[in-house]
Ligand binder design. Structure first.
Ligand SMILES: Cc1ncc(COP(=O)(O)O)c(C=O)c1O
Length: 454
């Protein structure tokens, strides 16, 4: 039986009424991809306040790799609810914080002693990784990439690349942030082609130390192993290894921001593993908490211990309910082999998307790692001009037909897949049928428009 069930026009009357109340009560700066208000959720399914059922390919922007209300996560949360909700780890400790740190120290790539700090959000974790890198090296500079997204707090925003809507109007940003091109091969900043480029973009880091900022002033390079908001850009296999070699040569640390690529999305717990790299510091958030707010910085012991006592922390950071939820998420990954599931889901999507790309010239690129998959939409495959309007028409048509999808990319022309890894094959296929219909309709509209006599 189909999962998607639409009982009203979308959005339904109750969702529409809530949208009106929201418009009056909440600032417009908080965007909302769909005007739908959720009543309940389970696995990969959302039900709205009008009784309509949707497939969820957004997962709260990549926070629900284990699915909505995963039974193991719920039971861990319930047990903790009966004990205590908050004490603040800086006042009195609790075992789950320590146990979760121990497990992350074990599970993150790198066979060296590590420590982990917990905070509340991805942006807060990024900020703390920078604090730790600066304290450990005594250097101020951070090198970030074009098309990167590291969050919305001021330092994180300074590291984030996209101007509209994220950065414009919020200057001045904290300084000592330098930016270099990412390995976005589909839109190479140097107009080169992999592999004949010989990874010019990675090797260019050495040039940056000569022409932009002295290496002795740089604490760290921060990169997402697969770009999240930047459009699921997946660099060539040897990109990060080359980058890290240069970092090591100059005593510069490498921070992997795995907030979106982490926690099983790419077919390994961390995308860094897929690239065979061992970052000095790894930032995780989103799906680590199974739906609760939690983020972590895991890194080499000596770096993590660089800030003195009291230099790190936060009132709610590493909340006990969220720590228990995260431990249950880790159990689920072990027991249900969700990493293998991510790989299988990605392959199932790729097969279909490659066929779409042959049929419809609007699909410029199909890319991804594991279940972190996306399509980039263009006006034409040869010129590659971004197609942001068509992209938003397609995501709009998807939700009107019961599939929640979100876009990404510096040009707003990427449709990304962030469905729970617990989704069934039948549900994935049902969602992809909706996406396929929306792509077909967009192609036909474009074709008709170009066939119109002037
Ligand atoms: C790679 C990456 N880093 C950092 C962040 C910021 O995380 P948060 O929204 O939890 O602050 C995000 C959020 O999308 C992200 O994708």
């Amino acid at each position: 039986m189909a999962t998607i069930q639409l009982r009203t026009q979308i959005p339904g009357p109750k969702s529409s009424a809530l949208s009106r109340r929201r418009a009056a009560a909440v600032p417009r700066g908080l965007s909302q991809a769909t005007p739908i208000y959720v009543a309940k959720a389970e696995g990969a399914v959302l039900e709205d306040v009008d009784g309509n059922r949707y497939l969820d390919f957004a997962g709260g922007i990549g926070c629900l790799n284990t699915g909505h209300r995963a039974p193991g996560v719920l039971s861990a949360i319930r047990k903790q609810l009966d004990k205590f909700l908050h004490v603040c780890v800086q006042v009195t400790g609790y075992e789950s914080y320590v146990r979760l740190a121990e497990r992350l120290n074990q599970l993150t790539p790198g066979n060296f002693p590590k420590k982990t700090l917990f905070v509340n959000s991805g942006a807060e974790a990024v900020e703390n990784a920078v604090k730790i890198a600066r304290a450990a090296t005594g250097r101020p500079g951070i090198i970030a990439f074009e098309d990167a997204f590291h969050g919305r707090t001021m330092l994180a925003l300074s590291l984030t690349s996209k101007t509209h809507p994220y950065k414009a109007g919020f200057q001045p940003f904290p300084g000592e942030v330098y930016r270099i091109p990412y390995a976005y091969c589909y839109r190479c900043s140097y107009s080169l082609k992999y592999p004949s480029c010989d990874l010019y973009c990675a090797r260019h880091l050495e040039d940056t130390f000569k022409r932009v900022v002295a290496h002795e002033a740089v604490a760290a390079v921060i990169a997402e192993p697969v770009l999240g908001e930047g459009g699921f850009v997946t660099p060539p296999q040897d990109f990060f290894r080359t980058l890290i070699e240069i970092c090591r040569k100059y005593g510069v640390l490498f921070i992997a921001d795995e907030v979106q690529s982490g926690f099983g999305r790419t077919g390994a717990l961390f995308a860094s593993e897929r690239y065979g790299i061992e970052p000095d510091l790894i930032v995780t958030a989103k799906s680590i908490g199974g739906g609760l707010p939690l983020a972590a910085i895991t890194g080499r012991r000596e770096l993590m211990d660089a800030p003195g006592p009291g230099g790190l922390g936060g009132t709610f950071a590493g909340n006990p309910v969220a720590c228990e939820a995260a431990l249950a998420v880790l159990d689920m990954f072990e027991q249900e082999d969700l990493n293998a599931r991510a790989t299988a889901l990605g392959a199932r999507f790729q097969k279909r998307a490659r066929a779409w790309q042959i049929r419809w010239p609007m699909i410029g690129d199909v890319r991804g790692l594991g279940a972190m998959q996306a399509i980039e939409l263009v006006q034409s495959q040869d010129k590659r001009e971004p197609a942001p309007e068509e992209t938003s028409q397609i995501t709009q048509s998807c939700y009107e037909h019961g599939l929640i999808t979100i876009s990404a990319g510096s040009y707003g022309n990427v449709i990304r897949l962030l469905m729970p890894l617990t989704i069934s094959d039948a549900q994935l296929d049902e969602g992809l049928d909706v996406l396929e219909d929306a792509l077909k309709a967009a192609h036909e509209r474009k074709h008709e428009a170009s066939a119109q006599p002037v």
